[in-house]
Design a protein around this ligand. Structure first.
Ligand SMILES: Cc1cc2nc3c(=O)[nH]c(=O)nc-3n(C[C@H](O)[C@H](O)[C@H](O)COP(=O)(O)OP(=O)(O)OC[C@H]3O[C@@H](n4cnc5c(N)ncnc54)[C@H](O)[C@@H]3O)c2cc1C
Length: 386
């Protein structure tokens, strides 16, 4: 018999995974999703020729977490896919992250040989060295090499992506940019790198298709909640509720922006149909320097068998995010984190409210981290609510 109820806001990975765990424990689950589709930013669809198109940007599943892989494998079978990215630098397409092949493509034979020897002697082969560390080297040639990579691969890309100079984004982001002392051209190093055979939306459908899960699409949940600050209780559709509420939207929106707006970056995606079998070498090509877009994705390179005379590409244009836009990337700088902490403190006053996911936690997280967090939180709540 079902006697427990949970309210979930958002049908992205965080909300949908939590929903499945609660449903398995026999809860009645209501998911409110403001978009007309499930999957959050993972939503994809098949066009009339069967090409899987990812509406909200390229998403590749990669993880070292076997639990997460096993969990998802109940809802999809997989295609092997190892991601490669190239960057268009000084008129050439070179592997990203920058590696020994990129070095040889962009530098004279003599300079490339010198830099390669230096890096291997000092750090060893198959190492990833943060670009900021190389910038501190005393050797003039290495310093200049590091400056070149910083400028051509990182600086302008970061300015386009964030509209902020890299220094403002802090060490965590800066340290994400490595030079790989290797000829390995794969973008991720995780043990498991896969794409769902029929796309992410099909995976979501299988995951939340349960008779005790009701999904309410086109339902913005913010207006459904009222917060009684004095009694520290939440009213849902006008009535006080003690039901568990998993909230995966933005906390500033939920609390009526009372401490100010949290800043995000949004993206405009421009899709183009090309009458050819292939548009570019690899699924994603970065354009760090001259173009207004940051990258081009070609979807057939992920999983679908290529068609003879048709491929679909997508250009990605970052910009600042207004209230009506989709927030993609939290801008994790000090002033925003301080504002977020006020919202989080307020949320903690309401004992049945659980912020979850990359919007509610105001943190960039890959999907495997979101899934793991959702599994852990939902299992813990089920256990403590027995
Ligand atoms: C461009 C881009 C590329 C990425 N690529 C990768 C990748 O290759 N690999 C990887 O592992 N991760 C990638 N990520 C990260 C990945 O997208 C996230 O980890 C994952 O989608 C987070 O899921 P979520 O449920 O927390 O958030 P979301 O997917 O954003 O889901 C939140 C949902 O809540 C809904 N919602 C919000 N507010 C309300 C409201 N008030 N009422 C009702 N519904 C609401 C939203 O409409 C949305 O559907 C990428 C992210 C971006 C932006």
């Amino acid at each position: 018999m079902i006697d427990k109820h949970v309210i979930i806001v958002g049908a992205g990975f965080s909300g949908a995974v939590a929903a499945r765990i609660f449903a398995r424990a026999n809860y009645k689950v209501d998911i409110y999703e403001k978009r007309g589709s499930i999957g959050g930013n993972m939503y994809d669809f098949k066009d009339e020729d069967g090409i899987i198109v990812q509406k909200y940007g390229p998403h590749i599943f990669h993880t070292n977490n076997k639990n997460v892989l096993d969990f998802l494998s109940s809802y999809t079978s997989w295609n092997d896919y190892k991601h490669q990215v190239k960057g268009y630098i000084d008129g050439k397409l070179v592997p990203i992250p920058f590696n020994l092949e990129s070095l040889e493509l962009l530098f004279s034979k003599k300079d490339a040989e010198y830099i390669k020897k230096f890096l291997i002697n000092k750090f060893g082969i198959d190492k990833r060295i943060p670009i900021m560390d190389l910038m501190k080297e005393k050797d003039e040639k290495i310093k200049n090499f590091a400056k070149y990579v910083y400028e051509k691969v990182f600086n302008n890309y970061t300015l386009k992506q964030w509209d902020l100079p890299p220094e403002k984004l802090g060490e965590v982001v800066m340290n994400r940019v490595p030079v790989n002392i290797s000829y390995n051209n794969y973008y991720f190093s995780d043990k498991y790198q896969l794409m769902p055979k029929d796309g992410f939306t099909a995976l979501f459908e299988n995951m939340i298709n349960r008779k005790n899960i009701t999904i309410h699409l086109d339902s913005d949940a913010t207006s459904l909640f009222k917060f009684d600050d004095k009694k520290k209780r939440i009213l849902f559709k006008g009535k006080p509720t003690r039901d568990i509420i998993i909230y995966t939207g933005c906390l500033d929106e939920l609390f009526g922006y009372r401490f100010g707006e949290l800043q995000y970056r949004t993206l405009d995606f421009m899709f183009e149909l090309k009458n050819s079998k292939s548009y570019q070498d690899v699924a994603v090509v970065n354009y760090p320097n001259d173009e207004r877009y940051t990258r081009i994705t070609e979807f057939t390179k992920f999983t679908s068998t290529p068609l003879d005379k048709k491929t679909i590409i997508m250009k990605e244009y970052p910009r600042s995010c207004n209230k009506d836009d989709i927030p993609y990337y939290p801008i994790e700088i000090k002033e925003n984190i301080d504002t977020y902490d006020k919202y989080l403190k307020l949320a903690k006053d309401y004992k049945n409210l659980y912020p979850l996911g990359r919007l509610a936690q105001y943190k960039y997280m890959n999907m495997d981290i979101c899934i793991d967090n959702a599994i852990n939180l939902a299992e813990q709540l089920v256990k403590s609510n027995r």
